[in-house]
Design a protein around this ligand. Structure first.
Ligand SMILES: NC(=O)c1ccc[n+]([C@@H]2O[C@H](COP(=O)([O-])OP(=O)(O)OC[C@H]3O[C@@H](n4cnc5c(N)ncnc54)[C@H](OP(=O)(O)O)[C@@H]3O)[C@@H](O)[C@H]2O)c1
Length: 314
């Protein structure tokens, strides 16, 4: 924190939904270390205790409660929306999870409209794979609508409603020792169960990735200075062949690596079957230029080689 931050009044009281989750566990310290204060939404005593331990204030409530979200957003200088009902999504209620997400965003937007305060939303680079671009995806690539894409487009359109809105697209793999239930722990669990690490076809499809701490820094930069209506890519590794990821998991578990057919992927990688064959090379060149963001933490393959994932994933 510099004296300039204080004198220019750029320090914010930030309301974060999903503050107790994986990305939140890096974002809360990142904001506090830069002099901001944080109020995090917590739906349980355990989440509230985590936030208190990290030095954040607690807003008790649920993503479903529009009034609570509205009040918390109104009391803040800026909002980061990370929470998502992954439990509902994994139970098959994709529509319910997406509807809750949009309703929560509407409540927050209603509180911020006309204030020029920042709102940073969350999306995924995976939407670019669904667009079948046939090249590296960029921040300028958009998709008119779809699952979770509607929420991205909703947040971007808030630029016309007096909100300094931006969206961070996260890659399918956000990795670090803070990651306990993302795609990497799931892939490791499936490989352990199968006795081999799977990839689809020749495994040449590419995934982007980012270290959690680098992603958290991008959320802070977006909050502090992204222009209204900006899409940002939290991408460190722009393109890793999926086969390399499977090989790293195979080495970590000391199990073989095997190609499977797309049609049988569900048998080996469960709920990840729709994702493992996606080709999702993604550039963050524009994000780096716009905000001066540089990922400084290790890439995915080095993080896997460190071994921590194989000691903690069950
Ligand atoms: N991590 C990735 O690799 C990745 C990739 C692409 C996109 N994303 C997106 O990035 C965002 C953050 O991801 P993450 O990895 O940090 O997720 P996470 O670890 O699963 O955390 C989700 C957060 O949302 C909260 N939450 C869930 N349902 C809630 C509800 N009904 N009411 C209030 N809070 C609720 C959770 O609270 P509890 O602590 O109480 O559970 C937790 O704080 C999500 O939107 C996710 O879909 C993540």
């Amino acid at each position: 924190m510099s004296l300039n931050d204080i004198t220019e009044g750029s320090l914010m009281r930030v309301f974060i939904t999903g503050a107790s989750g994986h990305v939140g566990s890096a974002l809360v310290p990142e904001l506090l270390q830069h002099g901001h204060s944080v109020a995090g939404l917590a739906r349980s005593d355990a989440a509230a205790a985590r936030l208190t331990d990290w030095g954040a204030d607690v807003v008790r409530g649920d993503l479903d409660d529009a009034d609570d979200l509205h009040a918390a957003a109104q009391a803040a200088d800026g909002v980061v929306h990370l929470a998502f009902r992954h439990d509902a999504m994994q139970a098959g209620d994709l529509t319910g999870a997406a509807e809750t997400d949009l309703a929560a965003l509407r409540a927050i937007a209603d509180a911020l409209a006309g204030t020029d305060k920042p709102l940073v939303g969350t999306s995924g680079t995976g939407l670019l794979a669904l667009a079948s671009l046939g090249r590296m995806g960029t921040e300028d690539d958009t998709v008119p609508g779809g699952y979770r894409i509607d929420a991205e487009n909703f947040v971007i359109d808030l630029a016309d409603k007096g909100i300094r809105s931006s969206v961070v697209r996260l890659p399918p793999i956000t990795h670090s020792t803070l990651d306990h239930h993302g795609f990497v722990p799931s892939l490791i669990t499936f490989a352990r169960q199968n006795g081999f690490a799977a990839y689809v076809g020749d495994g040449s499809n590419r995934w982007p990735a980012v270290h959690t701490v680098d992603a958290a820094r991008l959320y802070r930069l977006a909050l502090e200075s992204a222009a209204a209506g900006t899409r940002l890519h939290a991408v460190g590794d722009e393109e890793i062949k999926f086969r390399r990821i499977a090989e790293a998991i195979g080495r970590g578990l000391d199990v073989p690596v095997r190609s499977v057919q797309a049609e049988e992927a569900g048998q080996y990688v469960g709920f990840l079957a729709p994702f493992v064959a996606l080709d999702n090379p993604t550039s963050a060149a524009r994000t780096r230029k716009l905000l001066g963001w540089e990922p400084t933490h290790q890439g995915l393959l080095d993080d896997l080689a460190d071994g921590h994932y194989f000691r903690t994933a069950v």
